[in-house]
Design a protein. Structure first.
Lengths: 289, 557
């Protein structure tokens, strides 16, 4: 029992606990405050009465706690001992190594592999796109401004001349979009490459760009009408291929990890319960102190 | 589960006169008594708010009805909304928090017991001031009695030109006074949890109920301030000739909306987090499993707390904000569905594979899960700006937020009442009456609020006094009003169960549910000091550890 609870009950051997003494002052102060406001709606005399009650309540309250808080001594009743239930068997959940698995892959790439692959592929893609701008328009900004095409409304489509120059807003938008898309596609590569573990270049350099280019061919008109109008599909497919090859090569150079796919959901969610978490040896954390 | 029969602590009720007993309650600073006072006063206002809702539903049950006048109808929806949010939902959840938090963390009382009493009385007196408007609001102008400006009191309706007399002033001052009480209570809950946990109860071992009330208290501290500020500004407008919300003098009516909803939307989470807290205690105990994903639940709770502070203007899509503001508030509102969805999955994950016991508290939690899910989905629909442009201020919105409040929060409150009643009063509630209450209320709820979506989709605006017969709304409104009858019967059965069980209920004993949190370790009802010895805990389920020394949780945490 803590020290504050050891106060002896006067005239009795029973232990007692000191608790805050009941007091009407908080009620008086609340009533006073409420009446002070209510006077705004009724009559000034109500506010005056409320103010008097508020001040009285505050003074009474302070005297309850200053210089020493007022307590009352409550005798302690004997407590029931805690129930102890009969021991029982806890079902242990089987984990991965004990299950005959029936699906592949056994190992996968970590998420970081997809992120790295996506960023590296994005750089390769940007180099090719920049090259296209320099060769055909003598400006590295042209493909960047084209990428930002979804920003422009139909009535405010920039001219080719305008697109040859640097525009900070367009640049930031295109950069954000490019990085986001590269990361997402990189993650997709990371997830798909274990399915074709021996042919990363085939997936990255041919299948991936084909799928992506085919998809964009149909939807680009909706998301970026300007790009749809002025796109050079050969160069686009080439930059996709550059992305895919570089991303694929970066991803396959990362270390694989065991899949957690066949672990119980509870274990993957980090549930902390007997039978799932590793058992501590001996006493618990508190007893080590 | 309730087979254990232990003697309850003597209450000594029979030795004192009624006056002495009333005096004891008036001067109490005991968190348990104040918790009961909060709940009792909320129940009184629940009856009043329920009567107001019933009057509205009678008025709208059939077209071209004149059961009450348009003026009375306006007062009814204003007082119903204000009462249910500020004087029913908040105090009843504060009551649960007040009663249970110190017990759960192994403390003897709140950090500031006298401030706790002050907070309760301020909240209660705020409600009395609001209802005094029926007598005092008439003012000098013969211009009405109770407030009639709606529960969010948009400008310029609240300006002296459109709201003569004192009715709106009663609304302002009533909420202002109760707001001070709410802030005091939140401060107390937060301090108690942070500073008064028993030895061994680290933050990571606190029951989820306590975690969620911590975040709730933080939200109250942040959210009530803007409302209080706005009300003071409105008072200045009305009394001192200010122009904060007077558009004709350079003020802004939209600013009032922002102030109100910066309070108003966190308020939804102030109400729903304690409801989550109740559900997070009941579901594991009645599934006989620890909560699934404790850490994720805590993270989701804290995320909800933060995100809820940035979604308020989804109430204002129809005002005509910029496309950037619309996009931001659509995105932030969609984002809050993520942590909320995580919670739903974790509750279901807790039930999954458990040995579920369908006692009344669990039944209400299952209903809560289903209904809150639907409420969340209609919330996402309304959070999509173009959808909201079509259905804003329609009965679809009314149905949505009643799904949140009744389908979610009230269901959880009922679950909590059946769950902790044995601890508070030492008796078990009657299961048969409880199940009747559950089924009647759930049927009534679905009759009313499922079908209320339809007239909203058909274009029926909220707050209309009556409607023409030719609009196709008649049958839906009739069904909605019939549902109210079932709900009333259900609630009457609940009240009957509360009273009957107090006198005739089976003795509960300390731990009738074989639960795991600390409050079940002490007697039912607990002594004034809660625990003779301050407990020392070593895991999230201290009572499991005591009951199962051969396989305690602390070995695995």
């Amino acid at each position: 029992m803590s020290d504050e609870t050891q106060a002896a009950n006067s005239g009795s051997d029973r232990p007692a606990v000191l608790m805050p003494a009941p007091t009407a002052w908080p009620f008086a102060m609340a009533l006073g405050t409420a009446l002070t406001f209510a006077g705004l709606l009724t009559d000034v005399s109500v506010s005056v009465l409320g103010a008097i009650l508020t001040i009285s309540g505050a003074v009474g309250w302070f005297r309850q706690v200053l210089p020493h808080e007022q307590h009352e001594s409550i005798p302690v009743e004997p407590e029931e001992p805690a129930r102890v239930l009969p021991p029982r068997e806890v079902t242990r959940i089987s984990v991965a190594q004990e299950i005959q698995r029936a699906w592949l892959p056994l190992k996968i790439y970590p998420i970081a592999a997809g992120v790295k692959g996506g960023l590296a592929g994005g750089v390769a893609m940007a180099v090719l796109a920049g090259l296209y701008g320099l060769i055909f328009y003598h400006s590295v900004w042209y493909p960047i401004n084209l990428l930002a095409g979804s920003l422009y409304s139909q009535s405010a489509t920039p001219t080719v001349k305008e697109m040859l120059h640097f525009h900070l807003g367009w640049f930031l938008f295109a950069l954000g979009m490019h990085i986001t898309m590269c990361l997402l596609v990189g993650l997709l590569f990371g997830a798909m490459l274990p399915l074709l573990p021996r042919r990363p270049v085939l997936l990255g350099g041919v299948i991936g760009p084909l799928l992506w280019t085919g998809l964009l061919y149909h939807v680009i008109g909706y998301v970026n009408p300007l790009l749809d109008e002025r796109i050079n599909w050969w160069w686009f497919a080439a930059s996709q291929a550059a992305f895919g090859i570089v991303a694929g090569l970066v991803v396959v150079r990362q270390n694989k990890v065991w899949t957690a796919e066949n672990l119980p959901l509870a274990l993957r969610a980090g549930i902390e319960a007997p039978g799932l978490m590793e058992e501590h040896e001996g006493e618990g954390e508190d007893n080590k102190r | 589960m309730a087979s254990e029969t232990l003697a309850i602590a003597p209450t000594g009720l029979s030795t004192r006169s009624l006056a002495e007993r009333l005096h004891e309650w008036a001067v109490t600073v005991d968190h348990k008594r104040l918790g009961i006072l909060y709940i009792g006063y909320a129940l009184v206002f629940l009856v009043i708010g329920g009567v107001e809702a019933t009057i509205m539903r009678v008025q709208l049950a059939v077209p071209n009805n004149h059961f009450v006048s348009p003026q009375v109808f306006n007062r009814m929806f204003t007082m119903h909304g204000t009462t249910m949010i500020f004087f029913v939902a908040m105090p009843i959840l504060f009551g649960f928090s007040n009663y249970t938090v110190p017990l759960m963390i192994g403390a003897r009382d709140m950090a500031f017991p006298r401030l706790n009493a002050w907070g309760f009385w301020m909240s209660a007196l705020g409600g009395i001031i609001l209802y005094f408007s029926f007598i005092g609001g008439f003012g000098l102008y013969g211009a009405g009695s109770a407030p009639d400006v709606g529960w969010f009191a948009y400008a310029p309706l609240t300006s002296p030109a459109f709201s003569v007399g004192h009715s709106t002033d009663y609304w302002i001052v009533g909420l202002l006074v109760s707001g001070f009480g709410s802030i005091a209570t939140a401060l107390n809950v937060m301090t108690t949890i942070l500073c008064m946990r028993c030895p061994g109860m680290k933050l990571g071992r606190m029951p989820l109920f306590v975690w969620m009330n911590t975040v709730m208290a933080g939200l109250v501290l942040v959210a009530i301030g803007p409302l209080t500020a706005a009300q003071l500004m409105l008072l200045i407008d009305r009394y001192l000739g200010g122009h904060f919300f007077d558009t004709q003098a350079g003020g802004s009516a939209v600013i009032w909306m922002h102030f109100f909803w910066i309070f108003g939307h966190p308020e939804v989470y102030i109400l729903v987090l304690p409801a989550f807290a109740i559900v997070s205690e009941v579901i594991p105990v009645f599934s006989r499993k620890p909560i699934f994903g404790y850490s994720i639940m805590v993270a989701a709770t804290v995320s909800i707390g933060f995100i809820s502070l940035g979604v308020w203007a989804h109430h204002m899509f129809t005002v005509g904000m910029t496309s950037y503001a619309n996009a931001f508030f659509v995105a932030s509102t969609a984002a809050i569905a993520v942590p909320t969805g995580i919670k739903i999955f974790n509750w279901v994950g807790t039930m999954w594979g458990g040995k579920i016991i369908y006692k009344t508290p669990m039944l209400f939690c299952v209903a809560f899960l289903c209904q809150f899910l639907i409420a969340g989905l209609t919330g996402i629909m309304l959070a999509t700006a173009p959808f909201d442009w079509q259905l804003g201020n329609s009965y679809f919105v009314v149905a949505h937020f009643h799904y949140v409040i009744l389908g979610g929060i009230v269901m959880a409150v009922f679950a909590g009442s059946y769950y902790w009643y044995p601890k508070v009063l030492g008796k078990m509630m009657n299961e048969t009456l409880g199940k009747w209450h559950f089924w009647l209320f759930v049927i009534g709820f679905h009759l009313t609020f499922d079908f209320m979506h339809v007239p909203g989709l058909l274009g029926m605006p909220r707050r209309v006094y009556t409607y023409e017969a030719s609009r196709g709304w008649e049958i839906w409104n009739l069904i909605v009003s019939i549902g109210v009858i079932f709900q009333i019967i259900g609630i009457l059965l609940w009240v009957a169960d509360v009273i009957w069980s107090y006198y005739k209920g089976e003795i509960a004993g300390n731990d009738p549910w074989d639960a795991w949190t600390l409050e079940w370790h002490t007697t039912s009802p607990p002594p004034e000091y809660n625990y003779a010895e301050i407990p020392v805990i070593r895991s999230r389920r201290p009572l499991w550890d005591l009951k199962h020394p051969e396989d305690p949780d602390w070995k695995y945490e």
